[in-house]
Write a protein that binds this ligand. Sequence first.
Ligand code: ATR
Length: 282
Amino acid sequence: MTSSPSPADLYCVMGNPVAHSRSPAIHARFAELTGQPVHYERRLIPLGGFAQGVRDFLAEGGRGCNITVPFKFEAPALAAVCSERVHLAGAANTLNFQVDGSIHADNTDGLGLVADITRNAGVGLKGARVLLVGAGGAAAGVLGPLLHAGARHITIANRTVAKAEALVASHSALAALQKAELLALTPQALEGNFDVIINATASSLSGEAVPIPASVLRPGSLAYDMMYGPAAQGFMDWASAHGAVPRDGLGMLVEQAAEAFAIWRGVRPPSAQVLEEMRQTA
Ligand code: ATR
C-alpha cells in the first residue's frame, strides 16, 4: 500500500496591496530547504476587513500568517498573547495560530534587521553608536531589538521630533536595563558621526533627498536602508559617495521571514543561502 504525502500546513501574508510581496517565494524556498510541509499564499485583504480576514483564514485551517502594510498596527488587538517586541513596537508582523484557536503575536522585523547587520553584513552592534532615521512604524519595530543587541547609544532623528521623543519614552525602561543611551533629535541638530546609520523613513518613496546631513557618516560606517530595490538606491548612492558601506534591506526581509518560519515550525531555515540566491537572481 502506498501512503499519500501528508497535506501541507497553510500560511499566508495578508496586506493591501500584497501582490508585490516576496514572502511567498522566500517561504517556499525555506520549506524546500528544510523539508517542512508548508504552503504559503498571498491574501489581499480589503481595507477595514482585517479582523474578518484573520477569522476566515483560521476557519480554513490556516496555521499562521504574516501581516504587512497597512494592518501591522491592527494585529496586536486580535492576539491573546503578544511578545515584548509587539508591546514595544505597537505592531505585529507574525501571527501564530494555536491549536485551541487562540492567536499569539510577534514582531520579527527588528530581529531580521539585527540578524542581517550582525550575521550577514558582519557588523557588530554591541557597544555601537547607532543613528535611526525616522520615527514611524518601521523605526518603532526595530528599536527594541537594536537595544537588545547591545547598541550603547541610539539617536533617533525625525523631521517631526515629537514622534522621536515618544519612541524614546516608550523604550526608556528597556534602554535603562541595557545601560544604553537614547536620544531624540531633529535632523538639523545631529552632531558627530555614527557606526551604523539606519534609514527607516519613507522619504525615498517620494523621491526626496536623504533627510540627514552627510556629516553623520564616517569612512566605513554601515549605512543601511530598510527598503530594497530602486527605493533604496538614492540612500545607498549617497552613502557610497561619502565613504560609508551601503546596504539595502533585502537581508532584513529574508531574516524577518526566517524568524517567523522558526516561530511557526521550530526549525531555522538557511536564510543566508536564500538571501544569496535572491541577490543572484535579482
Ligand atoms: P512606516 O510605517 O513605513 O515607518 P510612517 O509611519 O508613515 O511609515 O513613517 C514614515 C517616516 O518617514 C516618518 O518618520 C516620517 O517623518 P514624520 O514623522 O516627520 O512624518 C518620515 N518621512 C516621510 N517622508 C519624509 C521626508 N520627505 N523627509 C523626511 N522624513 C520623511
